[in-house]
Each structure stands twice: as structure tokens, then as C-alpha cells.
Design a protein around this ligand. Structure first.
Ligand code: PGA
Length: 256
């Protein structure tokens, strides 16, 4: 049995401590009351510490949105897995907004180094993969996503792969209001993502890795995704910034 997860990716929002604390105070009790599903909040770095203080002690986990692969040193503007591991359990890695050429231009090799570093410090990576619209329309989804999974998980042991969480986030669905259909996402997650892991490792590992869907998930459509056998939860952007995020998580838990 894979425990489902709903992870909130706040992106570059709620970075000031007062607003972050107020928001978390609003949703905290509702989230604590929901059973059977892991709940993870991923604020920006500037409010991570404040959210950590408001949450503890609580079953709600904290995640970061990025990190560097080195432990310390001359890396201006960066933060390490070791630093994050003091307060976080999760870290989002390889989000398409960071892979984008016009943004951080992160490549597969860098993401692979980050996955290794996160696991070394007991952070669970939420590894994001997903094709763009042209690749989707060109029938390249399977080859592209499989390549991303292979590259990001390169040189990990089977045990390490089993500890990863993967988020399938088609780029065309992120922030657009046009979510993938649940069966589309289920297909990519089952055939492509679990299929690739089964080839690289074994079927048992492929079945134990938790794989989320992300891209325009909201309070109305979450249940349909959760009903899919291959989908173990969601990485939620825009809808995680609203107080009815609690209803979204409740709707997700209602299906499990
Ligand atoms: P969205 O973002 O829910 O706003 O589409 C998801 C993500 O980028 O993780």
C-alpha cells in the first residue's frame, strides 16, 4: 500500500513570515484532522522557518522547493540538503519552472546530483518530470518522460529509488487551468514512469514508488485523479494558496 501525498507548492508566494503564518493558522486545524494522507507544505525559503514553527508539533510535513547538490562552500545564493534537513522532510527537485531555459536552465545531470544529495541527508525528493505541449502533440511523451526519469534516478540503488516521490507534471497543464485527464495521467504514470522504474530496477520497486500528478489540480478535479489506480496524490500549485486547499485535501482523502 502506497500512502498518498498532497504537496502544496507555494512557488514564489507567501514569502513574508506574517502572511505565511496567517495562512497556515487558517488551514492548519483542517489539515491536521484529515487522516490517511500525507500533507506537505512547500513555502519559499524566506518563510520556511516561520512555517516550521507554526506547524510543530503536527503531522503536516514541510518541504523546500529547490536545493544545491553541494554540502557547503562558495555557492552564492544556494542552500544545501544538509541545511534543509534541519527543518524539512521533502524537497521539490527538477520542477519545469526551474528546468526552463529562460529561468534556471536546470539539466538532468544537475537534477540527478540533487536527488543523490537529498537522499544522503534524508530528504525525500519530489522529482518533477513532464513533457511540453509540442512533445505531447508530437507523440513524444513516453520517450521524453522516460528519459527524464532514467537521468534523474541515475546511479541510485533500488532502496534509494523506492524512497523517491515522482510528480508527473505535463508542462502544458501547469497553471493553465487545463489539467490532463485523469486517465491520460494514469497512463503516463503507470506505463511510462512505473514501466521505466521496473526496467531499471524491478516491478516491486516500480510498484512501491509514490507517483503524483501535478498541473491545474483543484478542489473539484482532485477526486477523479485520486480514483486512478496509478496516481498516489498531487503536487498542487495555485490551488494550494487558497483556504479551500483544506477541502482539496479532504476530497483527496475521501477517495483513499
Ligand atoms: P498548478 O502548479 O497547480 O498551479 O498548475 C502545479 C505545479 O507547478 O507544481
Amino acid at each position: 500500500m502506497r500512502t498518498p501525498i498532497i504537496a502544496a507548492n507555494w512557488k514564489m508566494n507567501l514569502g513574508d513570515e506574517d502572511n505565511a503564518i496567517n495562512f497556515v493558522r487558517r488551514i492548519r486545524h483542517g489539515l491536521i484532522d484529515i487522516d490517511g494522507i500525507e500533507r506537505v507544505l512547500c513555502p519559499p525559503f524566506t518563510s520556511l522557518g516561520a512555517v516550521f514553527e507554526v506547524l510543530r508539533p503536527s503531522p503536516i510535513q514541510l518541504g523546500a522547493q529547490n536545493m544545491h547538490w553541494e554540502e557547503s562552500g562558495a555557492y552564492t545564493g544556494e542552500i544545501s540538503a544538509q541545511m534543509l534537513s534541519l527543518i524539512c522532510r521533502y524537497v521539490i527537485l527538477g520542477h519545469s519552472e526551474r528546468r526552463a531555459t529562460e529561468s534556471q536552465n536546470e539539466n538532468d545531470a544537475a537534477i540527478n546530483r540533487k536527488v543523490h544529495a537529498a537522499l544522503k541527508h534524508d530528504l525525500t525528493p519530489i522529482l518533477c518530470v513532464g513533457e511540453n505541449l509540442a512533445q505531447n502533440e508530437g507523440g513524444e511523451t513516453q520517450a521524453f518522460v522516460s528519459g527524464q526519469v532514467q537521468a534523474a534516478l541515475n546511479d541510485l540503488t533500488t532502496d534509494q529509488v523506492a524512497r523517491c516521490v515522482i510528480a508527473y507534471e505535463p508542462i502544458w497543464a501547469i497553471g493553465t487551468g487545463k489539467a490532463a485527464t485523469p486517465s491520460q495521467a494514469n497512463g503516463v504514470i503507470g506505463l511510462t514512469i512505473r514501466g521505466t522504474i521496473a526496467e531499471l530496477h524491478d516491478e516491486g520497486t516500480a510498484q512501491s514508488v509514490r507517483v503524483l500528478y501535478g498541473g491545474s489540480v483543484n478542489v473539484e478535479n482532485i477526486a477523479a485523479f485520486m480514483r486512478m489506480p496509478e496516481i498516489d496524490g498531487a503536487l498542487v500549485g495555485g490551488a494550494s494558496l487558497k483556504p479551500d486547499f483544506v477541502d482539496l485535501v479532504r476530497n483527496a482523502a475521501g477517495v483513499t
